[in-house]
Design a protein around this ligand. Structure first.
Ligand code: ADP
Length: 333
């Protein structure tokens, strides 16, 4: 049955040696009879495959551009069975990957092309607003036009950020990022955003905690969460940013005691344009893309976002980073 499958199937024994393969796997990896009993990671050497294979955590499949056949994308599933044996399934998803690439390119190109006309419209609007000859009857429409162009500019910036996050090499330029000063900066900006609503801010973070990553991206992720807390929390309430060091992970939590979110919305919250209350989000100047951006940035840092919330009680947005991202400073215990 497995030899009739279009998917490549390889069985690996508990010592990681190849035990059996089907016809599709033979084509995908150019196996010859001599390869029986050899290590699979000698044939699929891509560092991400080796990491995935050795991680022993196969809840999510792994997608890789093939190093053997140009332009081919493979999706790997691994299942454990029997006495430490593993079933490795390699599915050719080149067609889906190409469509996905076309979608990403389309969004990136449209966003890019819309930027110039918007800048021109914005420029003329500013001139008109400053013009002394215009009748006061134009004040309100011009104000609305400016508001809408600001919204559109925000949307385009967020869409471009998302496309960049999806396409850029995620390993490039990573370095230790000190969390405390970063969070202090963001909170200082959040205080300006809060303005007369006078939220109370609190930061709990050891002074020397550093995470390996991209500073700009981490800033953008935490800022999105902290600004959301400001936007969806009533005046004078408390917003805390807490960094917890655990044996296997570092958690950055943004807690508020604001509006809270009905649990039925939680699974879909990080989808693009998903908003619990469209009117409310528009009022706060939201694009509905903030949490998607956070999710993508965390993914690029091997981290994940967990959301807990209770209506009228508040929410906790927790970013869980694996301990390998924590930079141990010399002299620290
Ligand atoms: P938006 O730009 O609309 O804020 P996000 O992707 O940042 O988009 O958030 C998606 C939705 O999640 C928001 O529209 C809002 O309904 C909900 N949300 C996000 N953060 C909070 C929070 N701290 N408290 C309550 N609701 C929130």
């Amino acid at each position: 049955m497995t030899s009739a499958l279009a998917d490549g199937v390889v069985i690996v024994d508990k010592r990681d040696n190849i035990e059996w393969w089907n016809r599709s796997a033979e084509r995908q990896f150019d196996f010859t009879p001599q390869d029986l009993g050899r290590k699979l990671t000698n044939y699929i050497r891509h560092p991400r495959f080796v990491d995935y294979y050795e991680s022993d955590c196969y809840d999510e499949p792994l997608e890789l551009v093939s190093m053997r056949q140009e332009g081919q994308t493979l999706q790997f599933h691994i299942h454990r069975f029997g006495d430490g044996d593993r079933l490795v399934i390699a599915r050719d998803i080149t067609h889906i990957a190409n469509l996905e690439r076309m979608r990403k390119d389309f969004v990136a190109n449209v966003s890019h092309e819309l930027r110039t006309p918007l800048t021109v419209i914005n420029g003329y609007l500013e001139t008109l607003v400053d013009s002394a000859e215009l009748s006061p009857a134009w004040n309100k429409p011009l104000d609305q036009m400016q508001g809408q162009t600001r919204r559109m500019t925000g949307l385009i910036t967020d869409l471009l950020t998302l496309s960049r996050l999806e396409t850029e090499d995620r390993e490039a330029g990573q370095s230790p990022v000190a969390l405390r000063p970063l969070l202090e900066q963001i909170v200082a900006e959040a205080k300006v955003l809060s303005g007369e609503r006078a939220h109370i801010f609190e930061i709990k973070c050891e002074p020397r905690v550093e995470l390996l990553g991209l500073e700009n991206e981490l800033r953008s992720a935490f800022a999105n969460l902290i600004y959301n807390a400001v936007n969806y929390t009533g005046s004078g309430r408390k917003i805390s940013v807490v960094v917890e060091l655990k044996p296997v992970e570092v958690i950055v939590k943004v807690k508020d005691n604001g509006d809270g979110i009905d649990p039925r919305h939680l699974p879909r919250l990080t989808e693009r344009f998903y908003r619990v209350d469209h009117g409310r989000s528009r009022e706060t100047g939201g694009t509905g893309l903030g949490l998607s951006i956070v999710k993508h940035i965390l993914l690029r840092h091997d981290a994940d976002l967990r959301i807990r919330s209770k209506l009228k009680k508040g929410s906790v947005f927790a970013c869980h980073f694996p301990i390998k991202r924590f930079v141990k400073n010399v002299g620290e215990h």
